[in-house]
Every structure is written in C-alpha cells, then in structure tokens.
Design a protein. Structure first.
Length: 385
C-alpha cells in the first residue's frame, strides 16, 4: 500500500510534560530531555538507551502466521487487529481477529470483512463477518472479555458491535462519531470479570476532528472526553490522526498515537474524565481544561514517521509502527515508559507503509509476542523469541 502522500511534521525527539493545577483551564508546559534510539538506529545518528527493558530487540524470530485475505470476498489491506480473550463463537482463546480496509480491487477504504486466524504458522483465515453497510473502511477493532467485536469503520462512519460469531448486535452511528480511526477495549484493573465487561469502556478516536470518545460498557452511552488532537484530513490511504490506542489498566492510562504530528500522548486516570475536559491545542503541544494535568506527551519527533498503530508490552513499553518510511523501511519503534526510544526494528524491506494493526501478548520477557499486519504481503506476522 502506498502511504507517502504526507510528510511527518515534528523534527527532533522531545518529551513534553504538561502540568496543571486543580481544575484550572490553563496548563503550563515543561520540555524535558529527549529519549535516545537503539543500536539499529545509528544510521539516523542517534544512540541507544537501555531504559525500558529492550524487549523488541530480543524478539529475534519473525514468522508469518497466514494470509489475511478473506476467503469469500477476497478483501485486502489488513488494518484492525486484536486477540480473542476466550473461546467463543468463531474464536478460540488466543486467536487473532483482523479487519480488511480495502475491497478485492484494493480500493482504499472500501473493505468490510473481519477474519480470524489461529496464532500459529500456516493458519488460514476464517471469515467472521462481512457487513457492506456498517463496516466499510474498517481500520480498528477491539475484542471485549466475551469476544464481542467493537469496530471502527472510517468510510461508513460507524462503530458497529458484533457477537463473537459475527452477528451484528448494534451499530453506534452519528454524533459524536466522526470518521472513526482508533478503538481499544479498556477493563480497569480489579474491575468486574463479567462477560459483558461491566464497568469497562471502549475508547474511540476520530480522524475528522481529532476527538476521543468513551463508550461505556454495557450501557453503550458515549461522551467526548477530549478534543483537538491533530489530524491531516486525508482521504482513505493517507489518513493521519489520533489512532493506535492502547490501555494500561494498572494506571488507568490511555495511549494515543498521532501520525499527523508524530507523537505519543498519555492520559492517566482516563476513566474519570468528563465531557470535553481535555482540549488539545497548538498541534498537540499544549493541553487545556480541567483534565490537562492528566496528560503528557510521552514522545514526539524522529524516528516516528506517520505512526498509526501500536502494541503495549507487559513492562509498559509501547511499540509503535511507522507508515511514512521510505521504500525499504517499515520501522517499529519501542518507547520505554520513561519516554526513551529503546530499539528500532525494520520488519519489511519492501514498499513503505506496510504496518497497520499491532497487538502484543505475554506476561514476561520470555513469552512476549508482537503480532502485526503487513499490508505489502496481506498477511499476519509475529515477532517472537
């Protein structure tokens, strides 16, 4: 897939902490020293940092799991990716769910299928659902504890929810959804283990206006909690904005990747945010509102280059996937909890813009795996020890 219509903006790597007091609508800005990259990035003139564990560089094997082309409609360009939490419907526990962004002619933003693959080499995709009404331009999916599928569909401008068997349960459409571009299921640490995820939430990001929406589970009521993340307003195939959402239950923390300004922002205590309490200003460099004190830029600038997807590791390291690297490079960048780049990994030496959809599994360094969609090959791959 070609994804080079837009050039990255921030230059240099800076970590910016934004601090506010009480419920003030103003925030103060403090710029902190930048993180450093790992050995593989020496060609960029940046040195390595040992902070954060360096898990990415320990995953020596890169293995193809299987094709993501759905076996019925032949749709292409895998974007959304998540892991099944239990055995239910079309999934066995640990299976991978993938949604396709393009149709079988490879036209951008016209795909509407979700497939399942077992997490082992040689797997073949099984069609879970095809929905040409509500799922068009599917770019992100999140599976709940009962394997319900929450999907972000850019072109149809919907957030459909499907059972683990692929049946449409309901479709969330209209305001406040504005061309959905990111999705993550968030179950707080110590929260209810009920199958419906009671007391949890789904966080959704919008590519048209840069807002973040919380969808409460199981009521499915929603509210905009943040506005103003940078977007480029691009058409399918060149969209950049808040995406790559990840959730850390131990800190009730939301990670927001933004390819329009090459940044990763964290929001701590996100479940306690209320309507539009965070306003992002100055292209993501200043935060205002009563929730400004919860928010900081974890990392910005090179080597991030149009990132869209991410995977959160057990130790708090966030691995981010670029989409605007030149031909021959498709870089993953590991960012430590302290905001240092600890490693860089090139996972595809073909055309740039191949990494869309990432998810990590594992509870320690020995069993960590990073799954990712490779759009050049239309397949699912894994990095493992």
């Amino acid at each position: 897939m070609s994804f080079r219509m837009y050039e990255g903006i921030f230059s240099g790597a800076a970590i910016v902490a934004f601090l506010a007091t009480g419920c003030s609508s103003q925030s103060s800005v403090s710029t902190m020293p930048s993180g450093a990259t790992a050995t593989q990035s020496r060609a960029l003139g940046i040195s390595a940092s040992p902070a954060g564990g360096g898990i990415l560089q320990q995953l020596k094997k890169q293995v193809v799991i299987g094709s993501t082309i759905d076996p019925v409609y032949g749709q292409l360009n895998p974007y959304g990716l998540d892991v099944a939490k239990r055995t239910s419907g079309a999934f066995k526990k640990g299976d991978l769910a993938v949604c396709n962004f393009n149709d079988n002619t490879n036209t951008q933003g016209t795909g509407y299928t979700i497939v399942a693959l077992h997490p082992k080499p040689g797997s073949t995709p099984t069609l879970v659902t095809a929905d040409p009404t509500n799922l068009v331009g599917c770019n992100a999916i999140a599976l709940g504890p009962d394997d319900k599928i929450y999907a972000a569909a850019f072109a149809s401008n919907d957030n459909p929810i499907y059972s683990s068997s692929g049946s449409l349960i309901t479709n969330l459409s209209g305001s406040p959804f504005n061309h959905p571009f990111g999705q993550i299921f968030a179950q707080r640490e110590g929260g209810s283990p009920a199958d419906d995820g009671a007391g949890s939430a789904v966080y959704e990001s919008n590519a048209a206006d840069g807002s973040i929406v919380r969808i409460n589970v199981p009521s499915l009521t929603s509210e905009v909690i943040a506005t103003g993340f940078p977007v480029n307003g691009g058409p399918p195939g060149s969209i950049l904005g808040p995406s790559g959402l990840q959730y850390d239950p131990g800190h009730d923390r939301l990670f927001v990747v933004d390819g329009d300004n090459n940044s990763v922002t964290t929001i701590t205590g996100v479940s306690g945010m209320h309507h539009e309490c965070l306003k992002v200003r100055a292209r993501g460099t200043r935060f205002e509102g009563s929730c400004a004190s919860r928010t900081r830029v974890l990392y910005s600038g090179a080597p991030l280059n149009g990132p869209i997807s991410s995977a959160l590791l057990f130790n708090g390291t966030l691995v981010v996937g670029n989409t605007l690297d030149p031909s021959g490079q498709n870089l993953m960048i590991a960012i430590s909890p302290g905001g240092h780049v600890e490693d860089i990994r090139n996972v595809d030496t073909g055309a740039g813009g191949a990494i869309f959809g990432m998810v990590a599994t594992g509870e320690d360094a020995q069993d960590t795996k990073i799954y990712f969609n490779d759009d050049n090959a239309n397949n699912l791959q894994v990095l493992e020890r």
